[in-house]
Design a protein around this ligand. Structure first.
Ligand SMILES: Nc1nc(=O)c2c([nH]1)NC[C@@H]1CN(c3ccc(C(=O)N[C@@H](CCC(=O)O)C(=O)O)cc3)CN21
Ligand SMILES: CC(C)C(=O)C(=O)O
Ligand SMILES: [Mg+2]
Length: 274
């Protein structure tokens, strides 16, 4: 069944956990969608897991549209949310609305996600007013990695925690339909989840958020760059890929692949000649 922003909000009301996983291309989106996962996130983490960058800062609108459109094509049931990349919503409210609109029109997103609290409230209001659902993202907001001095847990001082709580309330007030909480202490995530009416989706935010999100390469053992503490491996697809392709290479070298079943017989006319 098609998931919408309304079904996600109903899940919070009913106390039913929300599931979200990243997706970046057509064939993977098609597989992931068949699992019944509620939400596919075309994350700007694609810069790191698909393009090999050190962080997400270099990701462009064109990258997000390219991958977003592929995911939308492969998805039937999940809600497709596309990240707004660094600097696509900071320069002006107008640019933010234009870029959110491009993600809807050109990537066929059903909602957009952007990072930050008090500094982006005008943008959130304007995008929501144009009819585009907005998901917020607080805590470790990776587009600010250089301001944070690394990918570090956020909200560990009382002052920081109060700011994140205030930002969560302000995002709800500005019209966000849901909120990602990344790398914050679990008590803070619980407090926010209890205090706001919109669903919270955690990544490294403990067990009490209304839902969870992971990068699929982390969940399936397909990314060898780093493994944050919040990741659990639910599969070992990296090993399966390597073993499968080693078997393929061995079979080619041993003349065991292809066999006659994988070959095309020529026409009768051609069979006489070759
Ligand atoms: N593959 C992948 N998975 C992710 O979860 C992810 C990305 N890429 N790219 C974008 C951001 C970056 N993220 C990250 C990256 C590293 C840590 C990390 O190493 N965290 C340390 C905690 C460091 C500290 O607070 O001192 C950890 O041990 O979890 C956390 C989030 C989350 N996002
Ligand atoms: C990790 C999630 C929340 C994200 O923003 C991304 O994948 O880009
Ligand atoms: Mg992101």
């Amino acid at each position: 069944m098609k998931n919408t922003i309304v079904t996600l909000q109903d899940q919070k009301r009913r106390g039913e956990k929300i599931t979200m996983i990243t997706a970046y291309d057509y064939s993977m989106a098609k597989l992931l969608d068949q699992t019944g996962v509620n939400c596919l996130l075309v994350g700007d983490s694609l810069g790191m897991v698909m393009l090999g960058y050190e962080d997400t800062v270099s990701v462009t609108m064109e990258d997000m549209i390219h991958h977003g459109a592929a995911v939308a094509k492969g998805t039937r049931d999940a809600l497709v949310v596309v990240d707004m990349p660094f600097l696509s919503y900071h320069i002006s409210v107008e640019e933010a609305v234009r870029n959110a609109g491009r993600l809807m029109r050109e990537a066929h997103a059903q909602a957009v996600k952007l990072e930050g609290g008090s500094s982006v409230l005008n943008q959130v209001r304007a995008i929501v007013n144009s009819g585009i659902p907005v998901m917020g993202h607080l805590g470790l907001t990776p587009q600010s990695v250089h301001a944070f001095g690394g990918f570090k847990v956020q909200g560990n001082t009382v002052e920081q925690a109060e700011q994140i709580l205030a930002d969560a309330n302000a995002l709800e007030e500005a019209g966000a339909f849901a909120l990602v909480l990344e790398c914050v202490p679990r008590g803070l995530a619980k407090r926010i989840t209890d205090e706001i009416a919109i669903p919270t989706i955690g990544i490294g935010a403990g067990v009490d958020t209304d839902g969870q999100v992971l990068v699929y390469q982390d969940a399936l053992g397909m990314f060898e760059g780093f493994q944050p503490k919040f990741v659990k491996r639910f599969g070992d697809i990296g090993t399966q890929i390597k073993n499968g392709i080693m078997d393929y290479c061995d079979a080619v070298k041993a003349n065991e692949f292809p066999t006659i079943e994988h070959s095309f017989k020529g026409s009768q006319e051609l069979e006489r000649l070759y």
